[in-house]
Design a binder for this molecule. Structure first.
Ligand code: C5P
Length: 416
């Protein structure tokens, strides 16, 4: 993030003290930080401490004619490459969602044409209130990026989601919005999350499959379904009509998604085909490659010597959807979980399966990706390979879906 200009808006919450650490960490990574402190924010940290750390005057909400004449809120909002709101209080999120602009911070947020990243921080009840939920959905549709909140003990003594993401995590999220190599660093366009998927149909496969061997045994794998379910959730958040075809997992059904539960690869394929037509298909399931050639009618008995299990190949759902012709979704996305030569295998898989994009990840046990909450992927498209920073599976899902929505708008503009 060398020389990138970050405008940090500090809202009024106890987490504001962490924003001082955030400034320090962003500056350590080479960013230039300018700060705006809301009136409530100034109850928690002082303009002086922020200006010292930023090495520049911190702007406050006090209507200062001199500031306005020298720089103005419009320029303040446009001079930045990225606007970060941390902490973003329930009040600030509500004002942003409704386009209010009664003070400097909200006026800047309404005037900016730059990407905005918010780090919510509030009491768990406020975070879970229907009004905040509505505002968050609206802001995501508007293309606002979110980092956190995390879950844990809160300053008010309660426990749950609402804690502001740690400064290191916010810095990672900022880095995640900066794409391209050192030579050509740019910030993702504001529209990257922008175009909503309202009216679009999305099919997601998720989880493992269970292939019966006999009435009590099955072949399976370690997939948790976390990534697939996160993708379905993200697509629904962007307004899509989502069918999630899932193998056996111990996850809750995502809200607002129609969930089809299956066991085997053959059932998964049938359910995916039954969910057509779709604009986007994302095959995130870890489908078993083989099934028992014949399912034994009775439990197979132990034998003295080893017994041999005959296997048959399962259908490939990704390849089948990619080869559909007229009924093919506009954008077909597959995953490549690899333990070696990750990118080379993913590039080859894209062509072999006829998919548009492949999301590659390294699932060696030491990466903790399989079954974990975080991931680190490369996106392989026809135009090359993008290395994405480490992030949560939810964030990866949101980012992938926003890219997908952008892509399908380009593929079939306006006419609809
Ligand atoms: O060939 P491999 O299993 O590594 O390919 C992974 C990709 O293909 C994933 O997107 C997975 O969901 C999909 N796949 C599938 N049906 C199969 C095997 C894999 O859809 N039978």
């Amino acid at each position: 993030m060398h020389r990138k200009r970050i405008l940090l808006i500090v809202g009024g919450g106890i987490a504001a003290y962490k924003s001082l650490d955030l400034v320090r960490r962003l500056k350590e990574r080479g960013a230039r930080v300018r700060a705006i402190l809301t009136k409530a924010g100034a109850e928690f940290v002082t303009p002086l401490s922020l200006s010292v750390l930023c090495e520049e005057k911190a702007f406050t909400d006090l209507f200062d004619l001199k500031d306005e004449a020298e720089i103005g809120h419009i320029r303040l909002s446009r001079d930045a490459d990225l606007v970060v709101v941390a902490p973003a209080t329930a009040d600030l999120l509500a004002k942003m969602a409704h386009g209010l602009a009664g003070d400097l911070a909200t006026a800047v947020l309404l005037a900016t044409d730059k990407p905005v990243l918010v780090a919510p921080a509030m009491n768990v009840r406020m975070w879970e209130h229907a009004a905040t939920k509505r505002n968050v959905v609206r802001l995501k549709e508007d293309g606002i990026y979110f980092v956190g909140p995390g879950e844990g003990e809160m300053a008010c003594g309660e426990y749950g989601p609402g804690r502001m993401a740690e400064p290191a995590e916010i810095v990672e999220a900022v880095a995640g919005l900066l794409v391209g190599g050192a030579e050509n660093l740019r910030v993702l366009s504001r529209t990257a999350l922008g175009p909503s998927l309202r009216g679009k149909r999305v099919i997601v496969t998720s989880g493992p499959t269970h292939e019966p061997v006999d009435p009590v045994r099955y072949l399976a794998n370690r997939s948790s379904g976390k990534q697939g379910h996160a993708l379905a959730r993200a697509a629904a958040t962007l307004g899509a009509e989502v069918t999630l075809v899932t193998g056996p997992v111990s996850l809750e059904d995502p809200a607002g998604v129609s969930v089809v539960k299956v066991e085997t690869a053959e059932q998964m394929l049938a359910a995916a085909l039954a969910a057509l037509p779709a604009d986007i298909a994302i095959c995130a399931a870890a489908v078993a490659d083989w099934r028992a050639a014949e399912e034994a009618g009775q439990k197979i008995k132990k034998r003295e010597s080893g017994t041999t299990l005959k296997l048959a190949r399962n259908p490939d759902i990704l390849a089948t959807l990619s080869a559909l012709g007229a009924n093919r979704p506009q954008l077909v996305i597959g995953f490549a979980a690899e333990t070696e030569n990750v990118v080379a295998n993913a590039v080859a898989k894209r062509t072999a399966k006829g998919a548009d994009w492949i999301v590659a990840n390294d699932v060696r046990p030491e990466t903790g990706i399989m079954g974990g909450d975080r991931t680190k992927v490369q996106l392989v498209t026809a135009s090359g390979v993008e290395d994405w920073p480490a992030m949560s599976k939810d964030e990866m899902a949101e980012r992938l879906l926003s890219r997908a929505s952008e892509a399908i708008l380009k593929l079939r503009p306006a006419a609809e």
